[in-house]
Design a protein. Structure first.
Length: 290
């Protein structure tokens, strides 16, 4: 479990002073916890001895151990396939596919530990609300998942917008956002600063809700997001897996479509009819020009 998960897990049982400290650590995670203990004490109004007792309660031997854990998380969040290959357990197994599918199945079984049904329901309610426009964007690789989600949402409901590849075009979309709207961002380790800047602009300038889909080390964009879904991506090879991410996205697609199936069915019916008309028209035109 990462430090931020430890903090969130213990929030309900903390004293008022400890809650204040935990919220301060989460608000600027992980950087708030990397400052000297006296500086953290001055910023939160919690004494250094109380901070030490708090990190002891979380299971750390002291504040230096706490900071070491945060530093290790930062390192893990920046690992490349080259770094992961040195730690990989794939080898030259003649039965690698069988081995890999077992790992994948284990990862999928652990998904309910990473995202609760309450989180799923909250996010699905936002994505399915017809009064809200939805904006999506991912990183260099994860944007393929953002596109996948946007294609399905387009068929379920109107008001879905996938942000352009060129970041210089993002201001146009951001300026259209209203407070009730929702942005869904994807960012996994080797995080992209542009996604964090995008999340900050949306949350601070437009006050729109931002949903972040990330990994357990969490993109720096998390500090600007109202909903953070941190999913497992490690599978013991040089390459992280998107299996868990896609499973959650597909579950969201089904849930959103079922919220108002009558409306979803009607839109798909109209969508398919138009697609067929346009396709037939295109075929006729093509034959006429031959």
């Amino acid at each position: 479990m990462t430090v931020d998960n430890e903090l969130r897990t213990n929030l309900a049982s903390l004293t008022a002073g400890q809650t204040k400290l935990a919220n301060a650590l989460l608000a600027d995670y992980p950087f708030a916890g990397l400052q000297p203990i006296q500086q953290l004490a001055d910023a939160t109004g919690v004494s250094p001895p109380s901070i030490s007792r708090f990190v002891n309660r979380l299971g750390f031997g002291g504040f230096s151990d706490f900071q070491h854990a945060l530093i290790e998380e930062l390192r893990a969040g920046s690992r490349s396939p080259r770094d992961l290959r040195a730690l990989a357990d794939d080898g030259n197994d003649a039965c690698f596919l069988d081995n890999y599918t077992h790992r994948a199945a284990d990862l999928l079984r652990r998904l309910p530990e990473a995202i609760t049904q309450q989180q799923m329901d909250s996010v699905a309610a936002l994505l399915g609300d017809p009064a809200r426009n939805i904006y999506l964007r991912g990183g260099r690789i994860s944007d393929s998942i953002a596109r996948f989600l946007s294609v399905h949402l387009h068929q379920i409901r109107p008001g879905v917008h996938h942000l352009a590849d060129e970041s210089e075009l993002w201001p146009d979309a951001i300026l259209q956002m209203r407070r009730r709207d929702v942005a869904v961002l994807f960012d996994f380790r080797r995080y992209q600063p542009s996604i964090s800047r995008l999340a900050a602009a949306i949350s601070q300038d437009r006050r729109a809700q931002v949903i972040l889909i990330t990994d357990k080390w969490q993109s720096p964009a998390a500090r600007h997001c109202s909903h953070v879904i941190a999913l497992p991506i490690e599978i013991g090879t040089a390459w992280d897996t998107t299996l868990g991410v896609l499973a959650v996205i597909e579950a969201l697609i089904v849930t959103v479509s079922e919220q108002d199936w009558h409306s979803t069915e009607s839109r798909i019916q109209d969508w398919d009819a138009l697609r067929d008309r346009l396709s037939d028209s295109g075929s006729s035109e093509s034959k006429e020009h031959r």
